[in-house]
Design a protein. Structure first.
Length: 153
């Protein structure tokens, strides 16, 4: 098994206000976003493989990026992502992290993510279906739900 070390803010020479906390205006700087972009895309692609997402589902989570852009990213041709794209990837990674903290194994986490849920934010849809609506608020709704659930455990 190959274990990859996740890049940290200090590894990427990013402006921080505390260890692991990006400075509030950091994403306004295209140079900062450029340094973050390849790592963010690699993490997103790995996670979307783990979740077995179809290409169109991946594109929806990323804000409906074009197919050519997505396929370029898959080939490692990543330019500078927008703040919106980086925020979307951050939310998806946060959802995954929250699920890892809530569930003992990946299969249980994926089952929860893909199963119909009658709780208010989902209205009978799965949390993944809610996220796939494609709006930033949809991603935030899933992330907030998981974070609140984690707070109760």
């Amino acid at each position: 098994m190959i274990v990859h070390k996740m890049a940290t803010a200090s590894d990427l020479d990013l402006p921080t206000v505390a260890p692991g906390v990006l400075a509030p205006d950091a994403l306004r700087d295209p140079k900062v976003r450029g340094r973050m972009s390849p790592t963010a895309v690699r993490l997103f692609l790995r996670l979307s493989e783990l979740w077995r997402l179809a290409v169109d589902q991946r594109r929806a989570l990323l804000g409906d990026i074009s197919r050519p852009t997505y396929h370029n990213w898959q080939k490692g041709k990543v330019g500078t992502l927008t703040r919106d794209q980086l925020e979307r990837i951050s939310l998806v990674l946060g959802i995954h992290t929250g699920l890892k903290l809530l569930f003992a194994d990946e299969a249980s986490a994926t089952r929860w993510l893909t199963s119909p849920n009658r709780d208010l934010p989902f209205g009978g849809q799965s949390p993944l279906e809610r996220a796939l609506h494609g709006g930033m608020d949809d991603l935030y709704a899933v992330r907030r739900y998981i974070d609140a659930w984690r707070g109760m455990k």
